[in-house]
Design a protein around this ligand. Structure first.
Ligand code: VGL
Ligand code: ZN
Length: 179
């Protein structure tokens, strides 16, 4: 049995001062670092939201979000609290105009990276609970991984109040453990 830590989209644009700041997003830094240093994980993977400048999710393209996490920009970099030398793999999602990319598994190598390391259980941390954390965790379950979500290591956007809590209820119903 091997376990992976998935750190979802913990990037500058989703934290204070960023283009799509998640309320309190920076507050996960200590917990994420604690998990990285815990020795509980055989593999640590960070995903990045990694959009072209004309991504379909941007408001100027008719989408719901302000432009964010544009490939190669400061906003798309991992948050400075993430110790890069402890990240075994970086997986980019949403890298084409019409790839939504909420899930780190959508048109990426994530599943094959996990399988190559004989991972059967993933702990999901990062941003945002109600979008990329939710969709990545749901896909991890569909891919057959055991999934645990650490409440202290996630934060949500909550465009509609309660979105994050509803996401966790749905994930639990789908088989995830929320701790
Ligand atoms: C995300 C909104 C837009 C996320 C990405 O990482 O949860 N949310 N793009
Ligand atoms: Zn995005």
């Amino acid at each position: 049995m091997a376990r992976a830590l998935l750190i979802i989209d913990f990037q500058n644009d989703f934290t204070a001062g960023g283009a799509l700041a998640v309320p309190d997003g920076d507050a996960i830094a200590d917990r994420v670092n604690g998990l990285i240093g815990s020795g509980d994980f055989d593999l640590v993977v960070a995903t990045r939201d990694w959009h072209p400048p004309d991504h379909a999710s941007f408001t100027d393209q008719g989408g719901p979000w302000p432009p964010h996490c544009v490939q190669g920009t400061h906003g798309a970099e991992l948050h400075p609290s993430v110790p890069r030398e402890k990240i075994d793999a970086v997986v980019d999602a949403g890298y084409e105009r019409d790839l939504e990319g909420y899930s780190g598994f959508e048109q990426t190598d994530l599943a094959s990276i996990l399988r190559a390391h004989a991972i059967d259980e993933v702990m999901v941390a990062g941003l945002a609970t109600d979008y990329c954390v939710k969709q990545t965790a749901a896909d991890a379950l569909r891919e057959g991984f055991r999934v645990t979500i650490d409440r202290g290591a996630i934060r949500g956007i909550d465009v509609r109040p309660g979105d994050s809590e509803r996401a966790l209820v749905e994930l639990r119903a789908a088989g995830a453990e929320v701790s």
